[in-house]
Design a protein around this ligand. Structure first.
Ligand code: B3K
Ligand code: ZN
Length: 875
C-alpha cells in the first residue's frame, strides 16, 4: 500500500462537465453504461492520458465519440483505466459488469436485504464505473435506471425525476437529472421495494419541497421523529445560517447494512436504519437525540459539503468539522445548550484525546494517509468542530456568520480547502488567523499548565499560563497554538468582577465576570487587579478549547466551583475531578473512607436547581474509558484497579445517599406517556441515575430495578434497569430479564442491537464465552455492521476488565474477528481494531496486545485499511 501526501496535490488534467449513467440492474449482476463528457484542462499537454479510477469492474465496451478504442490506446489495471490519444474534448463511453449482490464491503453499489443501494464517499464510485473519482471533478448527472418492476418498484437517484416508463419483461425505467454539479462521492442510487412517508416544507424563498422518507413497510410507523427533525433542520439552517434548500425534493432512505451513520448524497440521503427509525420501545432517549442530530447533520451538508465541497480528501474537516459544529449548535438550540456542551466535552476528553495520544494521531487536516477511510475520525469531525467553534469565539458570533456567508457565496459550486474557509473568516473580520491555523496542521492535545499567585496587599491575582503540545508520529517539534481560554474568578459569595492589569477604567460590559484570555505563547501571565479576596479560578468555561488543563485545585476549591460557579461545564468538570481524586485514592487504598468533601458536593448538586440532565451527568461516575485515558496520560492504566475502585465508590455513594436516591427517584418519575422531549429526557436521566445507585445499595434496590424493567414503557428505562440487574442481581434474575427482552423484541433488529450490546458490556461472569456464543445466535449477523459494532465493538470498548483478561483471550477474540472482516469489510475491520492499538497505555497486557497486532500484520493480503492501522500502531 502506498502513502498519499497532501503536498503532492495536482489539479485534475481532465474535467468531466456532464455524466450520463445507465444502470441495468439484475439479480446476478448489473450493467453500468457511462458517457463522460470530458475536456482536457487548459495548459495540459496533449499526450497526457486520461486516467480514470476503477475497481472490481469488468470492461465490456470502450469508445470515444462513438469509435471503439483500439487496445494500443488504453491500459487497464486493477485500479485504473488509462486512455491516450484523446481529443481536447469528447464523450468517453464505457460499459462494465459488476456484482452488487456479492459486494460485502458495503462500498460502491451493493445489496442490503435485497435493496440496491450505494455508498460512494470517499472512493466508492470507482467500484461502479470508471471515473476521475476525486472530489475536485464536479459534474452534472443524468441517470437512467432499469430494473424488475416487481422487485424494485422504487428507482431513485439524485436530483429530479424526469421520466419513467414500463419496459418489456416486467421491467421498468426511471430517469433522474441532477442540475447541480457534484463530485462523484455524492452520487447515489437506490432501487427496491420501499414504502414512503411524505411531508412538505416551504422554504423562506417560497419553494415547496417534497420530503420523502423511504423504509421497509414494517417500519412505516417509526419515521415521524426523523421527519420532524428534518423540518426543524431546514428551518433552523435558514434562520441561523441563511441557507435555503435548492431542489424540489429531498429523500431519506433507510438501509440495514451500512458502514456508518448516514450519507449526505445530493437530495438522496442514505441512512443506517439505526439513525432514522424511532419508536419508544426500540429507541433510547440518546437514540432520539442522535437521530435528530444526524438528520440535521446530513441536511446541513447540502451547503457545507455539497454546494461547497472539498478539493481533496485531506480537506475532509472543511466539510465535516464545520457541519458537526453546525449540528451541535442546532442541537443546543433544540434542547439544552449546557447539556450539549458537557456531553461534547465528555466525548472529546474521553475518546478524541485518546485518539490524539495514540498511534493513529493526526492533525485535523492530515498531511498524508494510506487509506482515507481511516481518517473519518473524532479528530477530523469533533476536534475539527471545536476548531470552528474557536474561530467563532475569536471573531464573535456576528463576524463568524458574515464569514460563513462570504465563504458560501465566494465558493458556491467549487471544491476548496480549509485555507479558503479561514480566508473568508479573515476577510470579514480583519483578523489575522495565520497562527491559529496551526490547529489544522499539528496533531496532539495541547496541555495548559496554569499556576497562580496572590498579592493580598494590592488585591492582585496572577495566573501564569504555559502550553505545550506533546510530540506525535512524524511531528516531534510543536509550536504554541492560539487557545481561547474562557474563565472567571470565583469568590466566597459568587463570581467576582474581572479587571485585567492595564485595562482602562471599568469596562461597563453586561458580563464583567467572564473573560476570554488568549493563550498563544509558551508561557504568559495575566494579572487581575482590584480583587477583594483571593479567588478560585474557573477555567476553560464552556470547554472553550480542546485542551487539557492542569491546575492544582484543592478539594475545597473544587467544591466551591461545583456549588457556585456560573458555568455548567466548569461545575460538571469540578465534580468529575472530585470523583477522579476519590477514585485514585481508592486505587491506592481500597479501605479509604468516602471523602467528606465529595459528600458535600453530592448534597450541593442534589439541592440545586439545575438542568436535570446536567445534574445526572454530574452525579454519574466518570467512565472507565475516561479514567483509563487519564491514567495512561499520566503513566500506565491499570484497568482492573480502575474497575475495582469504581465499583467501590459506586457502593459507598449508593449506601451513604440511599435516602436521597430514593427520594430523587420517586420525585422524578415521569407519569405522562413517553415523549422524547428535553424535559422528559432530563427527568428520566436523573431518575435513572438514582435507580442505578439504588440497585447498587441493596437487594431491595435490585428488586426495584426488576419491577422498573417490567413497568417500563420505553427502552431507556428498560435498559437502565436491565443493566443494573445484570450487574447487581443474581445470575438467574439477569437471565430472566434477558430472556424476556429477547421474547419481546426478537423481531426488532434495532432493539436486538441493544440486547447484544448489553450482554457484550456485562463484565459479570465469563464474557468471552458469552460473546462467542452470541456470535452463533440468530440475533447476530456477521455481515451487518450494526451487529458487529454492538457485540464485538461493545465488548472491546465497553467491557475493559474482560477485554483485558490476563490470559489474552479478549485480544484473541478481537483479532479473530478483525481477521475475518479484513477481506469481507475492510472499513469495519480497521475501525474495530482501535482498542488493540492502544497497547502502550496499559500496565499489564500490553505485550499480548502487541503480539496480536503482530500476528495480524503478518497475514497475507491485508486490506490497505487494516494494513495502515496495524503498521502505524506497531511502529
Ligand atoms: N460523509 C459521510 C461519511 C462517509 C464515510 C465514508 N467512509 C457521513 C457524514 O459525515 O455525514
Ligand atoms: Zn458529515
Amino acid at each position: 500500500p502506498k502513502t498519499i501526501f497532501l503536498s503532492d496535490y495536482q489539479a485534475p488534467a481532465f474535467t468531466v462537465s456532464h455524466t450520463e449513467l445507465h444502470f441495468e440492474l439484475f439479480d446476478k449482476h448489473s450493467l453500468v453504461h457511462a458517457r463522460l463528457h470530458f475536456r482536457r484542462a487548459d495548459g495540459v499537454s496533449e499526450d497526457t492520458p486520461l486516467q480514470l479510477n476503477g475497481q472490481e469492474l469488468e470492461l465490456l465496451a470502450l469508445a470515444v465519440d462513438g469509435q471503439k478504442v483500439a487496445s494500443a490506446h488504453y491500459e487497464l489495471s486493477d485500479d485504473f483505466l488509462r486512455i491516450d490519444g484523446l481529443p481536447q474534448s469528447g464523450v468517453l463511453e464505457t460499459s462494465a459488469r459488476i456484482y452488487p449482490q456479492s459486494n460485502t464491503s458495503l462500498e460502491g453499489l451493493y445489496r442490503s436485504r435485497g435493496l440496491f443501494c450505494t455508498q460512494c464517499e470517499a472512493e466508492g464510485f470507482r467500484k461502479i464505473t470508471w471515473f476521475p473519482d476525486r472530489p475536485d471533478v464536479m459534474s452534472t448527472y443524468s441517470v437512467t435506471i432499469d430494473a424488475d418492476a416487481g422487485q424494485c418498484p422504487e428507482l431513485l437517484s439524485n436530483g429530479n425525476l424526469m421520466h419513467s416508463e414500463e419496459l418489456a419483461e416486467g421491467r421498468h425505467r426511471a430517469v433522474w437529472e441532477d442540475p447541480h454539479p457534484k463530485p462523484s462521492y455524492l452520487f447515489a442510487l437506490v432501487a427496491g421495494d420501499l414504502q414512503r412517508v411524505e411531508d412538505s416544507f416551504t422554504t423562506v424563498g417560497g419553494r415547496d419541497v417534497r420530503l420523502i422518507i423511504l423504509v421497509e413497510e414494517k417500519d412505516l410507523d417509526k419515521c415521524a421523529h426523523a421527519m420532524d427533525s428534518l423540518k426543524r433542520s431546514m428551518r433552523w439552517d435558514e434562520e441561523r445560517f441563511g441557507r435555503e434548500y435548492d431542489l424540489d425534493v429531498f429523500h431519506i432512505v433507510a438501509v440495514d447494512d451500512f458502514n456508518m451513520g448516514a450519507m449526505e448524497n445530493k437530495s438522496l440521503n442514505i441512512f443506517n436504519t439505526s439513525c432514522v427509525l424511532a419508536a419508544p420501545d426500540t429507541t433510547t432517549d440518546l437514540g432520539y437525540q442522535r437521530i435528530e442530530s444526524i438528520v440535521a447533520h446530513e441536511y446541513f451538508h447540502n451547503w457545507s459539503g455539497n454546494r461547497v465541497t472539498c478539493r481533496d480528501w485531506f480537506q475532509l474537516s472543511l466539510k465535516e468539522g464545520f457541519t458537526v459544529f453546525r449540528d451541535a449548535e442546532f442541537s443546543a438550540d433544540m434542547g439544552s445548550r449546557s447539556l450539549k456542551r458537557v456531553e461534547d466535552a465528555m466525548t472529546m476528553r474521553t475518546l478524541q484525546f485518546a485518539e490524539d495520544a495514540g498511534p493513529m494521531a493526526h492533525p485535523v487536516r492530515p498531511a498524508s494517509f494510506i487509506e482515507i477511510s481511516n481518517f473519518y475520525t473524532l479528530t477530523v469531525y469533533e476536534k475539527g468542530a471545536e476548531v470552528v467553534r474557536m474561530i467563532q469565539t475569536l471573531l464573535g458570533e456576528e463576524d463568524f456568520r458574515r464569514g460563513s456567508d462570504l465563504y458560501f457565496e465566494r465558493h458556491d459550486g467549487q471544491a476548496v480547502t480549509c485555507d479558503d474557509f479561514i480566508a473568508a473568516m479573515e476577510d470579514v473580520s480583519g483578523k489575522d488567523l495565520t497562527d491559529f491555523k496551526r490547529w489544522y496542521s499539528q496533531a496532539g492535545t495541547p496541555e495548559l499548565s496554569i499556576r497562580d499567585s496572590w498579592d493580598e496587599e494590592q488585591g492582585i491575582y496572577t495566573l501564569t499560563v504555559s502550553q505545550q503540545t506533546p510530540a506525535s508520529l512524524g511531528q516531534s517539534e510543536k509550536s504554541p497554538v492560539v487557545i481561547p481560554l474562557a474563565m472567571g474568578l470565583l469568590g466566597e459569595a459568587g463570581n467576582l468582577r474581572i479587571k485585567l492589569d492595564g485595562e482602562m477604567t471599568d469596562i461597563e460590559s453586561e458580563d464583567n465576570t467572564h473573560r476570554i484570555l488568549i493563550a498563544d505563547k509558551p508561557t504568559q501571565t495575566f494579572r487581575f487587579t482590584e480583587l477583594p479576596e483571593r479567588p478560585t479560578p474557573a477555567l476553560l468555561r464552556g470547554f472553550s478549547a480542546p485542551v487539557r488543563v492542569d491546575y492544582p485545585y484543592s478539594r475545597e476549591q473544587l467544591l466551591a466551583l461545583v456549588s457556585r460557579d456560573d458555568d455548567d461545564f466548569v461545575r460538571w468538570d469540578a465534580m468529575q475531578q472530585l470523583m477522579v481524586s476519590a477514585l485514585q485514592e481508592l486505587q491506592e487504598n481500597p479501605e479509604a473512607a468516602l471523602d467528606p468533601i465529595l459528600e458535600t458536593a453530592v448534597n450541593a448538586i442534589c439541592s440545586q436547581i439545575l438542568d436535570p440532565a446536567v445534574q445526572a451527568d454530574m452525579l454519574r461516575l466518570p467512565s472507565e474509558t475516561y479514567l483509563s485515558e487519564l491514567a495512561s496520560h499520566a503513566g500506565k492504566a491499570d484497568v482492573h484497579g480502575i474497575f475495582r475502585a469504581r465499583e467501590s465508590l459506586r457502593k459507598s455513594l449508593a449506601k451513604v445517599f440511599r435516602e436521597r436516591w430514593a427520594s430523587l427517584f420517586e420525585g422524578l418519575r415521569v407519569t405522562e406517556p413517553y415523549a422524547p422531549t428535553g424535559e422528559q429526557i432530563g427527568s428520566r436521566a436523573l431518575a435513572n441515575v438514582a435507580l442505578d445507585y439504588l440497585a447498587t445499595a441493596d437487594d431491595q434496590g435490585v428488586a426495584l430495578a426488576r419491577d422498573y424493567y417490567f413497568a417500563a414503557d420505553n427502552l431507556t428505562n428498560r435498559l437502565v434497569a436491565l443493566r443494573a440487574v445484570l450487574r447487581e442481581g443474581s445470575a438467574e434474575r439477569g437471565e430472566e430479564l434477558l430472556e424476556d427482552f429477547y421474547q419481546r423484541f426478537c423481531g426488532e433488529a434495532l432493539a436486538m442491537n441493544h440486547w447484544l450490546l448489553v450482554q457484550a458490556e456485562n463484565s459479570v461472569g465469563d464474557s468471552i464465552s458469552r460473546v462467542r456464543a452470541l456470535m452463533q445466535h440468530p440475533a447476530y449477523d456477521s455481515r451487518n455492521p450494526n451487529k458487529i459494532r454492538s457485540l464485538i465493538g461493545g465488548f472491546a470498548n465497553g467491557n475493559a476488565v474482560q477485554f483485558h483478561r490476563e490470559d489474552g483471550a479478549g485480544y484473541q477474540l478481537l483479532g479473530e474477528v478483525v481477521e475475518a472482516l479484513n477481506a469481507q469489510n475492510p472499513q469495519i475491520a480497521s475501525r474495530l481494531l482501535a482498542p488493540l492499538t492502544r497497547w502502550k497505555n496499559y500496565a499489564a497486557g500490553g505485550d499480548l496486545m502487541r503480539a496480536e497486532l503482530q500476528r495480524l500484520s503478518e497475514l497475507p493480503s491485508l486490506s490497505p485499511d487494516v494494513y495502515e492501522v496495524v503498521n502505524k500502531s506497531l511502529a
